[in-house]
Design a protein around this ligand. Structure first.
Ligand code: PLP
Length: 945
């Protein structure tokens, strides 16, 4: 490989690639590497420091039974968890179908026509609803309605995030009781919870009309299981419904990952945050699914975006959808009824013992009034039970599907004297007496065949497998997506996630029950600080884009604390990922775009001029390093100096950290804060578009300005979760204090098994692999942008634009043709339109790199045949790609090239053929007529006819 590149040693390659001015020579301060077996044993031991109490805390997180068929075949299956976001629809039909099921499930249960394919968590989904309403009502720069009403009884963590997200946009959050709230034209919207924070089922119909009458919109935070029994928000008049789909078979995991949902009225379909899966057709007029309205994807709108959502929670949305497919509408309703019955039994038993409930209208949660929580708490803890201590006189009890009748003895015993034996009565056939009549659901849901077919394990297993077979994942071939770092997600890193001492921990348990997690959080933070060269870390953001937002907020808080509220201008190079400007706008900053030179480097002259022009108001800059063009710019330190001289801060987008770890660092280049995409460099799988984690690391002077969380503040005062998010120093950016905490284990395991030397070597091999591929391809393709010594970093850009003139071939044709060779396309048209960006990562061996290069070189030959007139410009293997099994076996083959060339273009393909399940998907049909739920059965019948 070195010979092909033209260097003698790996060191020589690295020296040529990374400017010496930023190279760190010292060894990373990380513990010695350990083996896989040692890691598993270590994580088992640490896990035992987490205590698995009976949990009745609720507050948006509930015990759930993950059906084993889903656990084994989705959650623990690389065929599902190593998938990439389904941008290449033809090889993603399985997860697209499952996500369409998720959307249908959310849409049906909430009674609203449009649903997206998941958001990060309930609290951020609520904040997204607020943002969407704000922009919908205030369409011009002149803000007429700046107030957002938040009912007192929504979950504390939701309040926390709403407050954080509102401030930079100038939104004024008004808390109050919806029953007597005075809503006028100064309000653009409101949020209420159904059932609410205290478990109470409230009638919001009148309130919703009042908000609508002044031109505002209403979001309802809600619970999918409850909605199997309750009138859906859409039927009550709500404009948007949000919530957490966790209790549909996704483990608690100390806060995540879980899929939040977001559904809305039709009017919002072009303003909705996140990704929407839609129905379209393929080149052969067959039904095909794709990500709808792709060019509208929020973060692509850059500074015009109203949300920055990119990575969401696809894998967990798939699990929740599968849970609904497995149980079906009747099964779900039975689960809900049983949970409601358990709550009713507890309510009756507690009232019989002389206690009062806050509300008589409830589904799964009751709140008991006591004179002092202390004795109840002591008794509960003695019995290894967690109740929710809302304040000193209120105790919340939430039931869930994991609770069995035996558990009720201990639970009720918490409210019993120590003398009398606990007894309670149950009648499984009892009517549910606490669902108010206005809220009793009469409409049907999940009537589509997919939710009424796969109810046996055999059927379910085959359905999951059938979908998996349609998707190309890392268990088929390398996925060389530049800037996305699709590396190995090692089995040993994944296994502990299924262990109950990690998966059964509620995010708001007392700190002493989560000591195992604390150790992971503390150690991983220290490792990430060592790798970035920084001093403090927040593990709260649960995606890269959330990390960007959190990092910029940290900068904002710093300027505010220094009395520099006017510092709100941020310089962002033109080549930046779309989430950078989108996050900046969300953090209340004004984006000034900096030019790039022809060689891809930042135009330092332009940068300096703009930094000086905005000097007094400069908040900072956002820089991706190595740049999105895959090069280590030599002048990075100068760029950072320019910003610092003007009083600004430097934010480094760490998506490309795979090219830095152990060789240089954000601190070495002169940055102040960075986020790390743990779902890239640090081995968390992409899950088909999430989960992710985007922690931020900062220099010491920013440490005091990192996000906080109401539950941490509360835990320190040990009164349990309290109502008021204003107790935090800085608000939260995620619903849970450590984001999607359980997947932190993966990154912890990755670093532990590599150690300092391994982390550095991984970076070196990533650079080696990229330069080797570049060397193999550069005689036949133009490679855009290399460093001054002719090397690239961990990724490189192949220019396909010349082929448009020479052969009528576009980048998309090459991407689709790669599928016939069994490969996923590299990143398309980012950061340069008409190009592909290849990032092999350290995980791939030479044989796989060669296979991919052979495929691209073979495609180059096919292009040459068109250039030379040997192949037709319109009817050729590229234009017709990908070729499905059906299209190849058809008796009417009319193309000028052979079937063999179409489907088996190289020898290795014959050994291991991956078939795209649909032909090229039509991008416009689906957008023109947006269908984002499972079509009625009648439409299939029409198609068959
Ligand atoms: C350079 C860069 N920055 C930020 C992001 C956003 O990360 P996430 O998708 O986790 O929000 C990405 C994602 O692809 C990226 O490539």
């Amino acid at each position: 490989m070195l010979r092909a590149i033209g260097v003698k040693t790996l060191d020589e390659l690295i020296d040529k690639t990374i400017p010496s001015s930023i190279r760190t020579r010292s060894c990373l301060n990380l513990p010695e590497a350990i083996s896989e077996a040692e890691l598993l044993s270590e994580l088992k031991n640490i896990s035992l420091h987490n205590k698995t109490f009976g949990n009745y805390i609720g507050q948006g997180y509930y015990g759930t039974i993950v059906p084993s068929v889903i656990l084994r075949n989705v959650f623990e299956n690389p065929g599902w968890y190593t998938q990439y976001t389904p941008y290449q629809a033809e090889i993603s039909q399985g997860r697209l179908e499952s996500l369409l099921n998720f959307q249908t499930m959310v849409s049906d249960l909430t009674g609203l026509p449009i649903a997206n394919a998941s958001l990060l968590d309930e609290a951020t989904a609520a904040a997204e609803a607020m943002n969407m309403f704000f922009h919908q009502v205030n369409k011009t720069d002149e803000i007429k309605s700046a107030k957002f009403f938040v009912d007192d009884e929504i979950f504390p963590q939701t309040k926390d995030v709403i407050v954080t997200r509102a401030a930079p946009l100038g939104i004024s959050v008004v808390f109050g009781d919806y029953r007597n709230a005075r809503i006028d034209e100064t309000f653009f919207g409101a949020i209420v919870q159904y059932p609410n924070n205290l478990g109470s089922i409230e009638d919001y119909r009148d309130f919703i009309s009042r908000v609508h009458n002044v031109g505002g919109y209403v979001a309802m935070a809600t619970d999918l299981l409850a909605l199997t029994l309750l009138t859906p928000p859409g039927e009550l008049g709500a404009d948007v419904a949000v919530g957490n789909a966790q209790r549909f078979g996704v483990p608690l995991g100390y806060g995540g990952p879980h899929a939040a949902f977001f559904s809305a009225k039709d009017d919002f379909k072009r303003a909705m945050p996140g990704r929407i899966i839609g129905v379209s057709i393929d080149a052969e007029n067959n039904r095909a699914l794709r990500m709808a309205l792709q060019t509208r994807e929020q973060h692509i709108k850059r500074e015009k975006a109203t949300s920055n959502i990119c990575t969401a929670q696809a894998l967990l949305a798939n699990m929740a959808a599968m849970y609904a497919v497995f149980h079906g509408p009747r099964g779900l309703k039975n689960i809900a009824k049983r949970v409601a019955l358990l709550a009713q039994i507890v309510a009756d038993a507690v009232q019989e013992r002389g206690f009062e409930l806050v509300s008589q209208n409830f589904f799964d949660t009751i709140v008991v009034t006591v004179t002092d929580i202390k004795p109840f708490k002591e008794k509960a803890e003695r019995q290894r039970i967690n109740l929710r201590y809302i304040d000193n006189t209120h105790i919340g009890i939430s039931l869930d599907e994991t609770v069995v009748l035996d558990d009720l003895y201990d639970l009720i015993n918490c409210f019993e004297n120590d003398v009398d034996p606990v007894a309670f009565s149950i009648n499984e056939d009892d009517e549910l007496e606490h669902l108010p009549s206005f809220a009793v659901r009469t409409s049907s849901f999940l009537t589509h065949p997919v939710f009424n077919t796969h109810h046996s394990e055999t059927q379910m297993m085959r359905y999951i497998k059938q979908l998996e077979n349609k998707d190309l994942s890392l268990n088929t071939s390398m996925i060389s997506l530049g800037s996305c770092t699709m590396k190995l997600n090692a089995a040993s890193e994944m296994i502990p996630l299924s262990w109950i001492h990690w998966s059964h921990i509620h995010p708001f348990v007392p700190a002493e029950q989560a000591k195992g997690y604390k150790r992971i959080v503390d150690e991983l933070s220290a490792y990430l600080n060592a790798i970035t060269g920084f001093d403090a870390c927040s593990l709260q953001p649960n995606s890269g884009a959330q990390g960007e937002f959190a990092g910029l907020l940290t900068i904002r808080n710093f300027h505010l604390a220094n009395g520099d509220a006017h510092r709100n201008v941020i310089l962002i190079p033109i080549s930046a990922h779309g989430t950078n400007p989108a996050s900046a706008v969300m953090a209340g900053m004004k984006v000034v775009v900096v030019k790039a030179l022809d060689n891809g480097y930042i135009d330092v002259g332009d940068f300096k001029a703009k930094a000086e022009q905005h000097g007094a108001n400069l908040a900072g800059t956002m820089i991706t390093y190595p740049s999105t063009y895959g090069i280590f710019e030599e002048e990075i330190k100068l760029i950072c100096d320019i910003v610092h001289q003007q009083g600004g801060q430097v934010y480094m987008d760490g998506a490309n950290m795979n090219a830095q770890s152990g060789l240089t660092s954000p601190a070495a280049i002169g940055a102040d804060v960075c986020h790390l995409n743990l779902h890239k460099t640090f081995s968390i799988p992409h899950g088909g578009g999430g989960p992710g984690m985007g922690p931020i690391c900062v220099k010491a002077h920013l440490a005091a300005h990192l996000p906080s969380h109401s539950s941490i503040v509360n835990r320190e005062t040990s009164i349990g979760a309290i109502h008021d998010s204003r107790f935090t120093i800085h608000g939260a950016v995620s619903a849970a204090p450590f984001g999607s905490a359980s997947i932190l284990l993966i990154s912890y395991a990755y670093i532990r098994m590599l150690g300092a030397e391994g982390v550095r070597k991984a970076t070196e091999y990533a650079i080696l692999n990229a330069n080797y591929m570049k060397a193999r391809l550069e005689n036949d393709f133009d490679i855009l942008y290399t460093g001054h010594n002719g090397t690239c970093a961990h990724e490189f850009i192949v220019d396909l634009r010349p082929f448009k003139t020479s052969a009528g071939v576009e980048a998309e044709d090459v991407a689709k043709r790669l599928m016939d060779y069994g490969f996923h396309a590299p990143t398309m048209s980012f950061p340069v339109p008409g190009t592909i960006m290849i990032e092999p990562t350290e995980s791939e061996d030479k044989a796989e790199l060669d296979r991919f290069c052979d495929a691209l070189l073979s495609i180059r030959e096919e292009i040459k045949e068109i250039e030379e007139g040997k192949s037709d410009r319109k009817d050729n293997p590229l234009k017709n790609a990908p070729h499905t099994q059906l299209s190849v076996v058809t008796s009417q083959w009319s193309h000028s090239y052979s079937r063999e060339k179409a489907a088996f273009p190289l020898g290795y393909v014959k050994q291991n053929k991956f078939w795209p399940s649909v032909a090229r998907v039509n991008n416009t049909v689906g957008d023109r007529n947006l269908i984002c739920v499972c079509e009625p059965t009648s439409s299939y019948a029409e198609q068959e006819a």
